[in-house]
Every structure is written in C-alpha cells, then in structure tokens.
Design a protein around this ligand. Sequence first.
Ligand code: SF4
Length: 248
Amino acid sequence: MEFSYIGWTDHSMNFWWGCHKVSPACKYCYIGQIMRRSGREPFHGPIRTSEATWKKAFSWDRKAARLGRRYRVFTCSMSDFFHAKADRWRSEAWDVIRQCRHLDWQILTKRSHRIARCLPDDWGTGWPHVWLGVTVESQAYTNRLDDLIQIPAAVRFVSAEPLLETINITPWASDLDWVITGCERAAVEKRRPMDPDAVRSLREQCDRADVAFFLKQYYAGNQLQFDGQLDGVVRQAWPTQSSNLTLA
Ligand code: SF4
C-alpha cells in the first residue's frame, strides 16, 4: 500500500497478511473487512505476501534517498510482525528492513512478549531506523509496556487505540518517545466510545514527561475526524529522533 490513510505514517508494508485476535483491542480489527473483501479469511493466521509487495520497500527507499527525506513505514498493518506463525519469514523481512535505511520502520505489536526473542542477532542497541511500539488499549495491557521498555530501540512508542478507558502510563513515560491514540472505528451500534477525558489524561501525561503525542482520530457525532483537534489545539506530533537520524 503506497501512502497510507493512517495519519501517523506514509506507507504500510505487509510482509504477511492475516492474524489471530489476542485482546479486546482486536474486537473490530479492520483486517476482517478488508481481507474478506478480497476473498481471504483474516483470522486463520498470516500468509506471506508476494515478492512484488516486498520489493516496494526498495523503491520507497530509493525515492527517499533521492529526495533526501525519510518515509515512515507502518510494518505489518494487516497482521502482527511478531506473530508466531510468521517466524519462518521474519529473518527475510529483517533483511529488507536492514537494507532500507532511508525509511523509518514503525513496528507495532500486541505480542510484546515475543519481541526480544524475535530480534535479529545484530540488533545491538537498536537499529537507528526502526521504531518499536506496543498497543495498550486499557490499563490491563500495560504489561506490554514492561516488555517494551526492556528492549533497546531508537524510538519506543505506544498506540492507545482503540482507547477504551483512562490509562496511567506515567510509570513508563520516561522510557517512551511517542504516544498515539484514537477511537475505535466501527459501526455506531458496535463501537465502544472513547472518553475525551481519557484522551486529555494521556495528553497531560505526555506533556509532563515530554513525550510526543498524536491524536489520530475521534468521532464528532457520527463523523470521523482526523484533524487531531483537542480542546481547540491540533495535537499531532512525532518523536524528534527520526529527524535527527544520521546513517553511515
Ligand atoms: S493483533 Fe492487530 S492485526 Fe492482529 S487481530 Fe489484533 S488488531 Fe488485528
């Protein structure tokens, strides 16, 4: 997918498609609709995508180098990069990521307990162009932050989407660089509402800890909004690390 509709990234690269649901955030996972439309079953685990899809990364990387800018790449938006059934393909995916260093790879997972064992041997203190993130939709899943902060990474981030309740992230905030949040996207009769005070709480915790905060989406009535407005101010920031990135 070139140029993603997700406001905090530029591209989505799916080395594999398909997943299994692991927590309440998955309830209305969008891959269900998207994959069924193309005749595939989304929740029977990942299937590897085509070579043509994998090659797109190299063309984005060349373009980024040519233009002297960085593109952000949401990695496995239609699956989970750390899904156990993708273990057989992951080292090849790491090879692509290793080579495409003009891109910032945003790897977001709900399988945080598998990150450490799935890193490449030369991960060291973290590759400078790879961001690692975990989904935390409610307080019960802040254990994913415990896993995340054990891993060295250029950028550590949290996606609190769908934001299901007020979450206290302050105990981990000094080890985080970025927090994204947003409401659940689902039919009006299904979706779990996002409390604006829960968004404000995250914003305030980020501001106190100097963590970049990005409000991705919210509903105004039944209209989905992507403008990042919160109390009259646009709150859509990225971590500064990537703009400071220099690669040998
Ligand atoms: S982990 Fe992500 S991709 Fe997998 S089912 Fe849950 S929301 Fe969907």
